[in-house]
Design a protein around this ligand. Structure first.
Ligand SMILES: Nc1ncnc2c1ncn2[C@@H]1O[C@H](COP(=O)(O)OP(=O)(O)O)[C@@H](O)[C@H]1O
Ligand SMILES: [Mg+2]
Length: 370
């Protein structure tokens, strides 16, 4: 398909989470109709689209129903089974292609792809036996792990019993990296292969879950350039279309190691919504619909803080705690049940107050919790 998708046509999204919701909102603003597939009618994206389809994303027939209701299809979740993606791709243009997901959805094939192309990464291997592990290690489920779930850290062989649970499913082992900072590069690659990249983001994780992002990252220019080049080469080698995120570790000697690739819009790119001329969600829609990519310039320094379900522990957050922060915007995902660790929303601060907000995010979260 070479022609750009015309306004009024329908973009379909496989998956119904917050990423799908934010993609759908951006698509609507560009004049498209939207459809999404998820097992729950109350999911964040299904609340936001014109055509909600309630069924599992693993249900091939339901995915085909979505395809038939749409002109172009994309996804917001990388764990959709490849045969389902192939069925969709046979019916409608699907971006990114099933082959991209086949490489990325399994952490082992993802690491093998990185090593085949010579991209820098930590020593790793299949964790089927304990042979060859380079302690300290982190074990990760090959599929279905996210937000630090399905992972386990072992300092030495003596910790091995801790790994029993995670090893119930196939895992990879990775040597634990002693990093100075975590950064991510968000870029978009169009159907024509043109790419457009956002300023590098700096990320803080807590318990494996993203806590806060600031952009631009406090890293030397040459490191930022290297990170951008690496991410661009990865997108090219994959033949990706759409937004792609590459998480990296910055080492104390300024080397970069790739941590993981997400073939979709990414939590660490939420700052672009409000922080850049074109959000990652609009950019993704532009890329998959064949529109020219938009400018990625920042509108000011930006900070993004995730609101996990923990903030709801004592009841409805005290929202007035966000009043009076210049340049602050709250985004809630429409999830009715707040569970600890569940991503419920985020807030972004753009402009002069961003840096101070990044530093005092914990204080703010405590104030929101009453
Ligand atoms: N090899 C590693 N060395 C050190 N920290 C790691 C390593 N792998 C993961 N982590 C930490 O755990 C977080 C979550 O792991 P990640 O592989 O990104 O999985 P997820 O899919 O849950 O985001 C990372 O952002 C990082 O903070
Ligand atoms: Mg990650």
């Amino acid at each position: 398909m070479t022609e750009p998708l015309k306004p009024g046509r329908t973009l379909g999204i496989l998956g119904g989470g917050q990423l799908g919701r934010l993609i759908a909102q951006a698509a609507k603003a560009l004049g498209y109709r939207t459809a999404a597939l998820d097992a729950s009618a109350k999911s964040p994206a299904l609340q936001a689209v014109d055509v909600p389809i309630v069924a599992s994303v693993e249900d091939r027939d339901a995915a085909l129903r979505l395809a038939q209701a749409c002109d172009v299809v994309t996804l917001e979740w990388e764990l959709i089974p490849v045969p389902v993606l192939e069925a969709v791709a046979a019916a409608r243009p699907l971006y990114p292609a099933p082959s991209v997901l086949a490489t990325i959805r399994d952490r082992l094939t993802q690491r093998e792809f990185l090593s085949k192309h010579g991209f820098p990464q930590t020593p790793y291997g299949a964790a089927s036996t304990a042979a060859g592990w380079k302690y300290p290690v982190i074990l990760k489920r090959r599929t279905h792990g996210y937000d630090g779930k399905g992972q386990c850290r072992l300092n030495s062989e003596a910790d091995a019993p801790k790994a029993d649970e995670v090893l119930q499913a196939p895992c990879v082992w990775e040597k634990l990296v002693d990093f100075k900072a975590e950064i991510s590069v968000i870029l978009a690659r169009g159907r024509d292969g043109k790419t457009s990249v956002y300023p590098v983001a700096e990320n803080v994780h807590r318990g494996g879950v993203l806590h806060a992002t600031r952009a631009p990252a406090r890293i030397p220019d040459d490191v930022a350039r290297k990170a951008v080049k690496l991410a661009g080469e990865i997108a090219e080698a994959l033949g990706h279309v759409g937004v792609l995120a590459v998480e990296m570790f910055l080492l104390h000697d300024e080397r970069l190691l790739v941590n993981e690739i997400a073939p979709r819009v990414h939590n660490s790119g939420h700052y672009t919504l409000g922080g850049c001329k074109t959000s990652q969600f609009e950019q993704h829609v532009r890329a998959v619909c064949g529109l020219p990519l938009g400018p990625t310039d920042m509108l000011g320094p930006a900070a993004m803080v995730n609101l996990l379900g923990d903030v709801w522990e004592k009841g409805e957050p005290r929202w007035s705690a966000l009043d009076g922060i210049p340049g602050a915007t709250l985004h809630l995902y429409g999830k009715s049940e707040a569970r600890p660790g569940r991503k419920m929303g985020h807030y972004t601060v753009v402009g002069a107050a961003a840096e101070a907000e990044f530093a005092r995010a914990d204080e703010r979260l405590a104030a929101l919790r009453r």
